[in-house]
Design a protein around this ligand. Structure first.
Ligand code: SF4
Length: 329
């Protein structure tokens, strides 16, 4: 089986954007590859965060990911900072990375704009840590959206540079482009996120989901119930596309175009279909919440497995570089 690496940041509650943008895909492919899924806490500390709640957020994310259907027995879900090799390999990769290439990264420019008060070296070095995340496990496949392709090309370039200087060590990882729908927030304008307060959390109850959906933005041209609408430009219809069966989607679209249904009817249908996705996740979350020791134990075991694999890679790297290859697990 090919080795696959992917990471997710512990930035708060899992929401629909995370689920349909990444997590559902992880669940779908978990048996097709040897999967390393990482909660990338070292990446998360490059921007403002609250250390008092951080450790709880990390564990909650693990619970959430297992609740979404990750198989604790099959996938190696682990916490990045519990494997020292990530930071160690980053330093080594720093020595083969031209500064100019990092400065050109689109994500660095965006993040630097958003975090003017804290443009730290970690923000600049983010793609190098990302390359280390993947290559520490000799990852061959990385599922990403289009916006991350540049970083995977960069990781491939680092692997090439290291291999040409020290001998073949790392595979040239490939991006596996995932056809993820773009899930906008309830405002219909920006990406769904907790900080924008435009999200539906995976653990929101039916009542809370409805409180959020009822006032959510629709086709702005559909002012009155009798106005025909255009589902193609309506954010609510985009949500239908990810949870509503095809045939029912067509009925909704037709009802919208002919003003046969109102927006509240349409949202009620959406609520029903959305809860078919959320109910099993929430049931599983309740179940796992009573087994926190078990989840912690699985994370510990996965951390140990990853440290072992990482140690093998680091011994090889250090030997090739003429460094003392002793490496403590
Ligand atoms: S009926 Fe549905 S798809 Fe049409 S505008 Fe209203 S919410 Fe959007």
């Amino acid at each position: 089986m090919k080795i696959l690496f992917s990471g997710i940041q512990p930035t708060g509650l899992l929401h629909l954007g995370n689920y349909f943008g990444a997590v559902r895909n992880w669940v779908d492919i978990q048996y097709d590859y040897s999967c390393y899924f990482s909660i990338v806490d070292l990446h998360a500390v490059t921007i403002q965060y609250d250390p008092k709640v951080f450790v709880g957020q990390i564990f909650e994310l693990a619970l959430g990911l297992y609740s979404c259907g990750l198989d604790p027995e099959k996938t190696k879900l682990f916490i990045q900072s519990e494997v020292p090799g990530h930071a160690d390999l980053t330093w080594i990769f720093n020595t083969v990375t031209p500064l100019g290439e990092l400065e050109r990264m689109t994500q660095f420019k965006d993040k630097a704009r958003q975090n003017r008060q804290n443009i730290n070296v970690g923000l600049l070095d983010y793609p190098v840590l990302q390359a280390a995340d993947i290559l520490l496990y000799k990852g061959e496949v990385v599922p990403v959206g289009q916006d991350q392709v540049q970083h995977i090309e960069f990781a491939r370039e680092i692997a090439r540079k290291f291999n040409s200087r020290y001998g073949r060590t790392f595979p040239e990882c490939q991006a596996k482009l995932t056809k993820t729908p773009r899930i906008l927030g309830l405002d219909g304008e920006s990406k769904m996120s907790k900080s924008q307060d435009n999200y539906i959390a995976l653990l929101d109850s039916r009542d809370v989901v409805w409180e959020k959906l009822a006032p959510a933005k629709t086709d702005p041209a559909r002012v009155r119930r009798t106005d025909p609408g255009t589902p193609e430009i309506c954010n609510i219809f985009n949500y239908h596309k990810v949870v509503t069966p095809e045939e029912e989607q067509q009925e909704v679209a037709e009802g919208c175009r002919t003003a046969g249904i109102g927006c509240l009817d349409c949202k009620k249908k959406l609520l029903g279909n959305l809860m078919k996705v959320l109910d099993p996740i929430q049931e599983r979350y309740q179940e796992l919440s009573g087994k926190r020791d078990y989840v912690r134990q699985v994370l510990d075991e996965n951390g140990a497995k990853c440290r072992k694999t990482a140690a093998g890679t680091m011994i090889e790297v250090k030997e090739k570089m003429g460094l003392n290859p002793v490496w403590k697990i």
